[in-house]
Design a protein around this ligand. Sequence first.
Ligand SMILES: Nc1ncnc2c1ncn2[C@@H]1O[C@H](COP(=O)(O)OP(=O)(O)OP(=O)(O)O)[C@@H](O)[C@H]1O
Ligand SMILES: [Mg+2]
Length: 440
Amino acid sequence: MSLKAGIVGLPNVGKSTLFNAVVENGKAQAANFPFCTIEPNVGTVAVPDPRLNVLSDLSKSQRAVPASIEFVDIAGLVKGASQGEGLGNKFLSHIREVDSILQVVRCFEDNDIVHVNGKVDPQSDIDVINLELIFSDLDQIEKRLEKLRKGKAKDSQSKLKEEAEKSALERIQGALMDGKPARSVALSDFEKDAVKHLCLLTIKPVIYVANVSESDLASPENNPHVKEVMNLASQLQSGLVAISAQVESELTELPSEERTEYLKSLGVSDSGLGNLIRATYNLLGLRTYFTSGEKETKAWTILAGMTAPRAGVIHSDFEKGFIRAETVSYDDFVAAGSLAAAREKGLIFRVRRFVKDRRIGVVRVLLDNLISKDHGCSEGESPKFVAFPVRNPAGEPMGILNIGVAKLNGVFHQEIPKFLSLDFALDHRRLMGSETVARA
Ligand SMILES: Nc1ncnc2c1ncn2[C@@H]1O[C@H](COP(=O)(O)OP(=O)(O)OP(=O)(O)O)[C@@H](O)[C@H]1O
Ligand SMILES: [Mg+2]
């Protein structure tokens, strides 16, 4: 599975220039006229990680494969896109397909480069894009809510999920009407899952990329446009990276010995791309796990909170046939020296299927390494999420599972995640997914 980051923004702000710089052998056409890009350009970016080589040496692997993210260079959006302006709806559908958004905001002054609205104005640029995404989401939510209210949502998997979806969508609708993105609404994991199928545009995590001129590279924060983007980014629960797409694309054209010289002449020591890739990776809630053996050591990218079988989607038919995964933390593995040694020391953690108890309102969780415990639930008209503490065999708390329970039309419904999230399994080492070796 490859996660996609979409490069989005007004026309002619430097999206394709950035794409060409960040993607190996990127060849998107970048030129000084609006709507230069129509069809999306797609390219792969490797995520550097020193742990890969350590593991590869330990396992004597024949090759090491880094994690990667796909970047998608999308056509420029203009005001009215949600009503079909420009190539509106088509462009919006390209954004729908990505997991996260890098929004390029023009912060460089250059009279020769056309700005579609006549002047450099980050606040207005960001507003235009946000409004179009908001309108598109509102449209979709209205249609969906009508279906749900009329009981015509035949695709829903359970009453509980339907209720959760409705309640979440109503709250998101309220936020959108206030001009706020869907990601500003606090949703439980269960609600997030219930609305996921809509692929809402404003729920996707965003990083604002302030595209500055080469003269601002040494201290971008002194540029008032960048300051403005900084403020907006924090109001909109988003990240920020300042970069010069122009400089980065010129750097890729230079032989490596000349790059350092060029950067030095601009008053900086490093290219901004590593920073951008890492920020994309981290801010978008991505995690790495490794598989390591003689054939290869490989870093895989997953979303935080993704369940083990989903994470295994990389081996495509894995999810359905999933029985269990064994994981060990990176530090434990490296210290033990091998999987066998780690197993002997009891450092391996197994992720298994949950077992659902049929008794009304009672949920039982059965897991290796976990003590199972019954949990009663209270009645209520709207779904309740019962926090279910999970303890290890020594009785130490290991985390909380949120389990949804509701009484609807006199019948209890319960919804528990079918699988333990991989992150959760890794949490027991307090190391999170980014520090883990997994073997399926
Ligand atoms: N930081 C920068 N400083 C100066 N010029 C820049 C900078 N970034 C990009 N440009 C210039 O802006 C112009 C537009 O760039 P580009 O084609 O990448 O925009 P785009 O956002 O992909 O446009 P479109 O939406 O039309 O596809 C190019 O001439 C490029 O060289
Ligand atoms: Mg372009």
